[in-house]
Design a protein around this ligand. Structure first.
Ligand code: MG
Length: 243
């Protein structure tokens, strides 16, 4: 199943599924090009995983963590597929990071890895925008990771069972491949991440987990178009401006 959230011509926000290229919402069908695609959920929080691909750990020069390295992005970071995102002015380096996003389907707390996937609605694409200027001088990464629009995600959420466990993850900057890996390269798997996170906090329906990025992260430039593609899931595309 491929889920989508959208605003129709009357301004009503609806949820539907993609069927044969059309959006089905209740008994009505919509042409995806006639509606505004919204971020798939309005998460109460976005739990992010750092250093979850060995090749990215090596490019950062950090040590492999013994447990998942977790940080948060706040709800103001949400941005839509095909939205033009204006980045913070005066920063030397704001990077793209292609990531598999996990959308939670049901509230959960203290969940074992074995039961974790029952609580997952599906997978989506995330671009974990990262302001390195501030990230490198602050411990909690508030300025580094939670500036406005720092988490474009979507456009669809695809049931986990419909996604190959070896699915490719790719990021293109102006059409050039910058990141290329597969989701089976994650050090901590999706069930392991959910088990670890829910030891500490309740995950609500609609919450998002950004599961970490492979190697190849790099700076975004003015007028870039950046696409995050996960095989069998979707392509997330955004344009960027730097004032
Ligand atoms: Mg990241």
């Amino acid at each position: 199943m491929k889920y989508v959230r959208f605003e129709d011509n009357s301004g009503a926000v609806q949820e539907g599924v993609i069927m044969e290229g059309e959006i089905k919402a209740g008994s009505r069908l919509y042409d995806p090009s006639d509606v505004s695609i919204l971020p798939p959920t309005r998460p109460s929080k976005i739990v992010c995983v750092g250093l979850n691909y060995q090749d990215h750990i090596e490019e950062t020069g950090r040590k492999t963590p013994e447990r998942p390295a977790l940080f948060l992005k706040t709800p103001n970071t949400v941005a839509s597929h095909e939205e033009t995102i204006t980045l913070l002015p005066g920063k030397e380096r704001i990077d793209f990071e292609a990531e598999l996003g996990v959308v939670i389907g049901k509230r959960c707390r203290n969940i074992s890895a074995g039961e974790a996937m029952q609580y997952v609605k599906g997978f989506t694409c995330v671009n974990d925008l990262s302001n390195r200027d501030d990230q490198r001088i602050e411990q909690n990464w508030v300025r580094g990771k939670s500036f406005d629009k720092a988490c474009p995600f979507g456009p669809y959420v695809v049931s986990a069972k419909d996604v190959d466990e070896h699915a490719k993850i790719t990021l293109k900057q102006n059409g050039k491949v910058m990141q290329s890996s597969s989701i089976d390269q994650m050090l901590f798997s999706v069930p392991e991440l959910i088990a670890e996170i829910t030891k500490y906090m309740t995950l609500e329906a609609g919450d998002l987990i950004a599961t970490g990025t492979p190697s190849g992260v790099g700076p975004i430039k003015d007028k870039d178009v950046i696409e995050v593609y996960i095989e069998g899931v979707c392509t997330l595309r955004n344009w960027f401006r730097i004032p």
